[in-house]
Design a protein. Structure first.
Length: 115
């Protein structure tokens, strides 16, 4: 995958810098991110089914932070959008946003596993 392809899912310069700084620990960071993130989309769906605004907000907030930490900025932005919607105790557009988060996470995960 080219940097151009990755650029639609990551801040490439920040990702490269993170990889350089972390050196041998970078693969562990990726592993921890994936292990922590894999269940999040399912948890978002369950929280939506339960109309649990608090849970939706908490999951989207932590997912936003984790995504930002690895420079997956489009994913972090989607999580931020979800966090802001549910903060207002609204579910307008939330199902579609969760699908977008799921799709973007799949792209991010695939790219990270290819590094």
């Amino acid at each position: 995958m080219t940097d151009f392809d990755k650029a639609s899912h990551f801040d490439i310069e920040a990702l490269k810098m993170l990889e350089e700084i972390m050196e041998d620990d970078f693969p562990k960071l990726i592993e921890v991110f994936i292990v922590d993130s894999d269940p999040r989309v399912k948890q978002l769906g369950q929280a939506l089914e339960n109309n649990d605004y608090n849970e939706l907000r908490e999951i989207s907030h932590s997912f936003k932070g984790a995504s930002g930490n690895i420079s997956a900025l489009p994913l972090a932005d989607l999580c931020f959008q979800l966090e802001e919607i549910v903060r207002k105790e609204s579910l307008d557009g939330v199902p579609e946003l969760i699908v977008s988060i799921d799709n973007e996470y799949k792209n991010v995960r695939s790219i990270l596993l290819s590094l």
